[in-house]
Design a protein around this ligand. Structure first.
Ligand code: ZN
Length: 232
């Protein structure tokens, strides 16, 4: 019965309050307090979103290799807890109504990637978007770009281990919702890749939306469960 009450409370309170639109090809950061939820919405569909998370002191980062071991798969699903580079829980993936294609194997696009694809000149990149966010946070000298969680990115692995970069199939309006296990900076980049058709068959980067919920209903659920246990 406690579970039913908690689920109903979560559903009733899970109304996003703070919205931010991120232009296609650009990045941003949101501070997510412990227990708070952030929605990453594929507003127009087919947009890959490179995603990173840092501890509030930037000493630890979300780690794809550690997360793959923690969840026992190469792609997270709803219910999975994503961990940092010291194996500590960082984000819980609580909802996912996309088709579940989330890559953990491919690095962020960067200037060299576009050069190797034949692009002449300066091309926007997820690595540059990440660096720009860190500069905006007063941390301009972070040279290492952690492997991102590439939300909505379809990278099937064949039986013989080959990778394929497919166009994202994420429907318009589909979303992934994370709950912060502890205070976390979530950085996203609406990938500017337009030379390889990962952002849909037309290779057109599109805007995304972020929604940040108010303080977590789940904390109330945990308190309720703890009281129930104590009273029992
Ligand atoms: Zn990219």
């Amino acid at each position: 019965m406690t579970g039913n009450v908690a689920t109903g409370s979560v559903g009733a309170l899970a109304v996003p309050r703070h919205q931010r639109t991120v232009a296609g090809g650009s990045g941003t950061v949101v501070a997510v307090s412990a227990g708070q939820r952030v929605h990453v919405v594929n507003t127009l569909g087919h947009q890959v979103v490179d995603t990173w998370a840092l501890s509030s002191d930037a000493e630890r980062c979300l780690s794809m290799s550690h997360t793959r071991l923690a969840i026992g798969r190469i792609s997270p699903r709803a219910g999975d807890v994503l961990v940092d580079d010291r194996r500590q829980p960082m984000l819980r993936l609580v909802e996912d109504d996309s088709l579940g294609d989330h890559d953990t194997l491919i690095p962020a696009c960067d200037a060299q990637r576009y050069r190797s694809l034949g692009y002449q000149g300066q091309h926007a990149s997820c690595a540059d978007n990440y660096a720009a966010v860190l500069t905006s946070l007063g941390m301009p000298n972070q040279r290492l770009v952690p492997d991102p969680l590439n939300l909505f990115m379809a990278v099937p692995v064949s039986d013989t281990g080959e990778l394929t970069l497919n166009p994202s199939l994420a429907p318009a309006g589909s979303k992934v919702v994370f709950e912060a296990v502890r205070d976390t900076l979530v950085i996203v980049s609406a990938c500017p890749q337009d030379l390889v058709p990962i952002n849909g068959a037309d290779s057109e980067p599109r805007l995304i939306d972020l929604y940040l919920e108010d303080r977590a209903p789940s904390h109330r659920r945990y308190v309720r469960v703890e009281l129930h246990v104590l009273l029992a």
